[in-house]
Design a protein around this ligand. Structure first.
Ligand SMILES: [Zn+2]
Length: 137
């Protein structure tokens, strides 16, 4: 059963970043500046390590299981519809993926990304993460 308080208590440098959103140090890798995003939606805990750790690695490092992230009384009877129309979401993902695609092309070609490009890639990365969260709602 999802208990957001237990999870937050188990993590270091927890900071609230918005409604039911936090950032903390990832417990699955040596993390000096918080790189673990946490969201609590409809009784379900969503976690994402920007350092690349899997959800399995994170819950295991906390001595928890995936079930600890899920609602106590899941309601799988009917799928929860996204608030955003699928076509809009797809268009949004495509435009952010294009940014990543261009940056990846530069990296593959051995070019260094400028600070401005890196900053935009970071934004695209966060937006794609948000879009993925929206897809799995
Ligand atoms: Zn991590």
């Amino acid at each position: 059963m999802a208990n957001i308080d237990n999870l937050l208590a188990a993590l270091d440098k927890v900071r609230r970043t918005g409604d039911n959103r936090w950032i903390a140090c990832c417990s699955a890798h040596p993390d000096k500046s918080p790189s673990l995003s946490i969201r609590y939606i409809e009784g379900k805990i969503l976690i994402h390590c920007h350092g690349g750790c899997s959800v399995d690695e994170i819950v295991e490092s906390l001595g928890m299981s995936l079930a600890d992230l899920m609602p106590e009384n899941p309601t799988p009877s009917k799928p929860i519809k996204s608030r955003i129309p699928a076509s809009d979401l797809l268009q949004f993902i495509a435009s952010e993926a294009t940014i990543i695609w261009i940056a990846a092309g530069d990296i593959v070609a051995g070019k260094r990304l400028t600070d401005a490009d890196l900053a935009r890639v970071q934004i695209a990365r966060q937006r794609l993460f948000d879009a993925v969260q929206e897809c799995v709602r």
